[in-house]
Design a binder for this molecule. Structure first.
Ligand SMILES: NC(=O)C1=CN([C@@H]2O[C@H](COP(=O)(O)OP(=O)(O)OC[C@H]3O[C@@H](n4cnc5c(N)ncnc54)[C@H](O)[C@@H]3O)[C@@H](O)[C@H]2O)C=CC1
Ligand SMILES: O=C(O)C(=O)[C@H](O)COP(=O)(O)O
Length: 378
């Protein structure tokens, strides 16, 4: 049998080491994968930057498409189905990374604006893999939540949570969206938070989009006085809107889901599915190449509130403002250029469960950190 050809987005970490024994690997920037690149490929492994559709695949022999990310708005699933091309996407792979990003943002905003998160309500719109994990963490941290998810609310088998309607959810102090981008249908999320909704928000509220550009009306959002605007996902990335960019307290280049653990999970889920598809035994050799766990952190030596201690810990683990600073510029053209480069070469970020915390003197803090999956020494 001829060697199988696999084209892979070069931002999939350890791709050559992981997939190498399955065939000949071609690594390419996801945005630049063309029909001629995939013409002789048997499998195509993408992240979110490759538009997978008839235009890309019509003359190719690809029989397996794997997406190592979650959003599906770049994949024409109807075309794949019609053409008998096996499709798999790594649902849930980066949910924890996005949920951690939002918690880091909340603690940072709380310290900057001097409020206590336990006195705030968090409105979560879309309570799936990301929203569900965020809800869990917020509950552990004593933050009261309002949950909105009409598809789940309609499901008679899904009765574990109390959902509220969108209008009520939009009364929360901090509102964050975690739905897919649907351009039509009963659950259409394009412009889900429209100009009229936004006009009702008060200057004390905070609005976050780490889901997809287009879910929140950007023009109205940029013009509304709010306590804070946090944008990770934008319309027209990387050519993001300058007015929204200038209004944002935190503007990151679509990296909420970019922890190392999330990227590896996405790659590995697709790898295992491809092994199953081709009936080849998976290997684990690539795991020896992973970086060591981060150095232990100490946080409990000072007399500070739990919120401040947690904020210090979160800041040591990961500071989303570094991702903002990395692309900030007076000239929007430079931001547009930096946006894609930065996310393709994103610095190493590890999830909470890889971090050790030492010398905790307060048992309740140790218990809380354990519930958040940090490793507690001693
Ligand atoms: N910023 C980033 O790096 C990342 C962004 N994402 C985005 O976040 C989205 C959510 O990710 P997951 O939680 O993993 O997806 P998921 O499919 O597990 O959850 C989505 C939830 O949204 C709900 N939903 C659908 N339509 C809705 C509507 N009209 N109103 C309210 N809720 C609605 C669904 O019922 C579901 O519970 C992805 O589709 C992707 O676009 C995902 C990962 C990383
Ligand atoms: O999973 C998703 O959906 C995301 O938004 C990913 O974080 C996108 O990652 P890239 O494909 O843009 O590296």
């Amino acid at each position: 049998m001829p060697t199988r050809q696999i084209v892979i987005d070069d931002a999939v970490p350890y791709a050559a080491d992981m997939f190498g024994h399955l065939g000949e690997i071609t690594l390419l920037p996801g945005k630049k994968i063309t029909p001629s690149d995939v013409q002789n490929a048997d499998a195509l492994i993408v992240r979110s930057r490759t538009q997978v559709n008839q235009n890309l695949l019509t003359n190719s022999r690809v029989q397996f498409v794997g997406s190592t990310v979650v959003g599906l708005d770049h994949i024409d699933q109807t075309y794949l189905q019609k053409n008998d091309i096996h499709f798999y996407s790594a649902q849930g792979c980066n949910a924890n990374s996005v949920a951690e990003y939002v918690i880091h943002v909340l603690f940072d905003l709380a310290e900057r604006h001097g409020f206590d998160l336990q006195h705030k309500t968090l409105g979560i719109i879309g309570v799936g893999n990301v929203g569900g994990r965020l809800y869990q963490k917020a509950q552990n941290l004593g933050i009261k939540c309002l949950l909105n998810d009409p598809p789940r609310e309609r499901d008679p088998k899904d009765n574990e949570l109390n959902f509220v309607d969108l209008d009520q959810c939009l009364t929360a102090d901090i509102i964050t969206v975690h739905t897919p981008l649907y351009m039509s249908g009963v659950d259409c999320t394009y412009n889900l938070i429209n100009a009229e909704h936004i006009s009702r928000l008060s200057p004390e509220q905070i609005l976050i989009n780490a889901a997809r550009g287009g879910i929140i009306n950007e023009a109205a959002w940029a013009a509304q006085p709010l306590q804070a605007i946090v944008v990770d996902c934008w319309e027209n990335e990387p050519n993001i809107d300058e007015t929204l960019y200038r209004s944002a307290d935190l503007a990151t280049p679509h990296i909420a889901g970019h922890s190392l653990e999330a990227k590896i999970a996405g790659g590995e889920m697709v790898y295992r599915q491809l092994c199953r598809h081709w009936q080849i035994e998976p290997q684990n050799n690539w795991q020896t190449l992973l970086p060591p766990d981060p150095q232990p952190i100490e946080i409990d030596s000072r007399t500070e509130s739990s919120q401040t201690k947690l904020h210090r810990l979160f800041k040591e683990v990961y500071n989303p403002y570094n991702d903002d600073s990395a692309i900030r510029d007076k000239q929007i053209q430079k931001v547009h250029l930096a946006f894609e480069d930065y996310r393709r070469t994103y610095p190493l970020r590890r999830e909470w469960h890889r971090h050790r915390v030492q010398n905790i003197k307060t048992p309740h803090l140790a218990k809380l950190l354990k519930s958040l999956k940090f490793i507690i020494d001693g």
